[in-house]
Design a protein around this ligand. Structure first.
Ligand code: AFP
Length: 287
């Protein structure tokens, strides 16, 4: 079994423990901020500790980086060798949804280069969706597979997942007054064509786009030109999955997989979904 297989099976095995730890941490803040300056919940910390302990123990996982940790953690496996990987993880994406009992997720990027890695260096990416059913969607070797996690075991339920041809939903983060004019005009067009689906956790919103077709964006904001989402822990792994499913991604100008990594917690405007809507977005922003 490859190190990539080990990582994916370990994420699946840990996911039930993350889910089981949610009820007791529903309204508990950890009293600290993460490197992005966001309030960290006790559930964030718990998930990060579970994943670090399990993933760091895998032979071949030489680096572990998390949205909740300042720096890359060396897992003590020495210099990267053939087949070794670096793992970048958002342990609990959408943790502010816990208080309102809405969907959350875990996002994982698996790279064969040191972190921060470019999206093109991801050999696999996955997200776990803690929804009515706990599922895991994985992109590797150019194809996407969705699994149901039965007691931490991966059971494939959909192979070669692709975005539907006819887009149906959209979800845009940020506040309308904070959107740059060009994005606001684009959004007005999209709103007249698709149905709004925005739940506040990227994994849940992206899974709607993967299931029904359409576009998810957390765009550049007037107050935050690089948007809110992190390239390493959200943008690049999700782009890997959506592009492998026949969709497209963009930071407004180029695929998120082509964005140059400059630092571990760098933010990036994120637009992912059906190719036609991503192409229209890039045209709208280039005018
Ligand atoms: P939290 O993890 O703090 O809940 O943020 C979730 C997230 O990073 C991403 O999953 C969502 O798409 C986005 O932020 C939601 O941001 P808004 O709360 O500004 O809509």
């Amino acid at each position: 079994m490859s190190t990539v297989d080990d990582v994916l099976e370990t994420v699946a095995a840990v996911a039930p423990d993350v889910r089981d730890g949610l009820p007791g941490r529903r309204l508990t803040e950890a009293g600290v901020e993460n490197p992005s300056g966001e309030t960290v919940t006790a559930a964030d910390v718990h998930a990060d500790e579970l994943f670090f302990e399990a993933l760091g123990a895998i032979d071949g996982v030489v680096e572990y980086a998390s949205e909740e940790r300042e720096a890359v953690a060396d897992t003590g496996d020495g210099e990267p060798g053939e087949g070794d990987v670096a793992v970048a993880i958002d342990p609990l994406d959408g943790s502010s949804n816990l208080a309102s009992n809405n969907a959350m997720g875990t996002i994982v990027g698996i790279a064969d280069e040191p972190l921060p890695a470019a999206g093109e260096d991801l050999v696999a990416a996955a997200y776990v969706l803690y929804g009515p059913i706990t599922t895991m969607t994985v992109a590797r070797e150019g194809t996407v597979t969705t699994y149901v996690l039965d007691g931490g075991e991966m059971r494939a339920v959909e192979e070669d997942v692709t975005l539907p041809d006819d887009p149906v939903v959209y979800g845009f983060g940020g506040r309308v007054p904070d959107w740059p004019d060009a994005f606001r005009e684009y959004a007005r067009e999209v709103e007249s064509e698709l149905k709004l689906r925005y739940g506040g956790a990227m994994v849940g919103d992206v899974n709607q786009v993967l299931s029904y077709g359409g576009i998810f964006a957390y765009p550049a904001l007037s107050s935050a030109p690089n948007g809110k989402l992190r390239l390493q822990f959200e943008g690049a792994p999700i782009a890997k999955i959506i592009e492998a499913a026949g969709g497209a991604s963009s930071d407004g100008e180029r695929s998120l997989l082509s964005v140059e990594p400059t630092e571990l917690h760098q933010r990036v405007p994120v637009h992912v979904g059906s190719k036609a809507y991503v192409e229209r977005l890039e045209a709208a922003l280039s005018d």
